[in-house]
Design a protein around this ligand. Structure first.
Ligand code: SAJ
Length: 401
């Protein structure tokens, strides 16, 4: 069997590598020539543990080849980004462009799958585009939506072991897609229709966003009430039916802070809780900036000099080097803008250097600074002994124990 993957990014590339490893011949397509060249040279252009060796293997044995243009295959997978346009409205133009690019190659009994996170109705809309161009294929090809659920950093394991939801535009399409994914997925493949599968992906990430918003709201209430939010959540979670997530300095990354807008854009009147949660999580980062600025002013009033401030962490979540859509990075930038960059030590132990920020070793920064701002709960920070001579703003629960 031959499969064509449109998009060799954080999801498309790993999925095509795993499929190739399980005997599917892959043509991987990307508009970025550098990505294509690197992939064909067996070099991974993303960061993902263990994936580099697998790529080298499937390129060397001819199971995976990359190109800037699609080729005739038996199955086609759309794994391209769905960004925003204007006011947080999803932009499906990449999905549509990828779909249009494979239309000339489609033949009877082929499988066409969308994996990109997409607004409800996208799979049906792409089916209409395909049939408009190739009316002879109506009811002769299989069309389905199958979202991914992998957590960056653990992709090799999760691509194989996670359950997946697969929704065809008709039951035959669902079965055909299940047949494909069973070649390498050991988790259960759950059957549904395309609209439910699309909504399921959005629901998973929105559910997490709403739950984190609850924790972030609690953290702001507790700050006012003089209660340690970490202790509070730990105690509340001792209830057998309560499971509150952890507050932080906001919600980042490419998924949880993004996908809820795919629901709020289409159902603005109905998605009150989801849109308020987005606002709370965005506000939490702004609130952290204000807290840091206030602590700096307070210090200056008390000590008649400006404080040295250590900003601990830039990544969007603990123990990774990914700074995309990072609330910590936003907070550091805003604080630096507010004080003309003076006396701010920026720390990110997971990257060697940064083109904008001059990085300081986390131990040195902790030693030198008067105010320590914990933004990301990286493991190395937890080894720093609590020093009550310093002003510590712990937004991510470094000292919760
Ligand atoms: N965060 C909190 N408190 C928490 C948990 C997370 O503030 O208790 C923050 C993190 O610091 C980070 C953000 O949320 O800024 C998102 O991190 P995450 O680890 O929760 O999730 P992602 O964005 O790395 O990956 C998510 C996953 N989805 C779910 O957990 C429902 C992953 O399974 C998806 O595949 C991925 O989105 C995606 O591609 O959609």
């Amino acid at each position: 069997m031959k499969a064509c993957f449109m998009g060799l990014g954080y999801i498309g590339l790993p999925t095509s590598i795993i499929a190739a490893k399980h005997g599917v011949k892959i043509i991987g397509v990307d508009i970025n020539e550098q990505v294509v060249q690197k992939t064909n040279a067996g070099e991974l252009h993303i960061i993902e543990p263990g994936m580099g060796e697998l790529l080298r293997e499937v390129v060397a044995n001819g199971m995976l080849h990359a190109s800037t243009t699609p080729e005739e295959s038996d199955a086609y997978f759309m794994v391209v980004p769905t960004p925003f346009k204007g006011n947080h409205e999803p932009d499906v133009s990449y999905v549509e462009a990828a779909t249009r690019a494979v239309i000339p190659f489609l033949k009877e009994k082929d499988l066409f799958v969308i994996e990109s996170t997409s607004p409800v109705g996208t799979t049906e809309a792409m089916a209409e585009i395909i049939y408009a161009e190739r009316p002879e294929l109506k009811d002769k090809i299989y069309i389905a939506y199958c979202p991914e659920r992998v957590l960056p950093g653990n992709v090799i394991y999760e691509l194989v072991h996670n359950d997946r939801v697969i929704g065809g535009i008709n039951p035959e399409s669902t079965e055909k897609a299940i047949e494909f994914y069973s070649q390498f997925v050991q988790g259960t493949l759950h059957r549904t229709n395309a609209r439910t599968a699309e909504m399921c992906k959005l629901t998973e990430n929105s559910s997490r966003d709403v739950q984190i918003a609850f924790a972030n709201e609690l953290s702001i209430i507790c700050d006012k009430a003089g209660i340690n939010v970490w202790e509070l959540i730990n105690l509340a979670n001792k209830h057998p039916r309560v499971n509150i997530l952890q507050p932080g300095c906001g919600v980042g990354g490419h998924c949880i802070a993004v996908d809820p807008y795919f629901i709020t854009a289409d159902f603005p009147a109905e998605s009150k809780l989801i849109s308020t949660s987005r606002e709370i999580n965005n506000y939490k980062s702004f609130w952290c900036v204000e807290k840091v600025k206030n602590a700096m002013l307070q210090f200056e009033l008390e000590h008649h000099r400006k404080p040295v401030v250590a900003m601990m962490g830039l990544a969007f979540k603990p123990n990774i080097d990914d700074l995309r859509e990072s609330p910590a990075k936003y907070i550091v930038t805003k604080v630096m803008q507010g004080c003309n960059n003076a006396n701010i030590l920026v720390v990110e132990p997971n990257i060697p250097d940064h083109h904008v920020f001059k990085l300081t070793d986390y131990r040195k920064a902790y030693e030198q600074a008067d105010i320590i701002v914990f933004l990301v709960a990286h493991d190395p920070f937890k080894t720093l002994p609590y020093n009550d001579k310093k002003v510590i703003l712990d937004f991510c629960g470094i000292y919760k124990k």
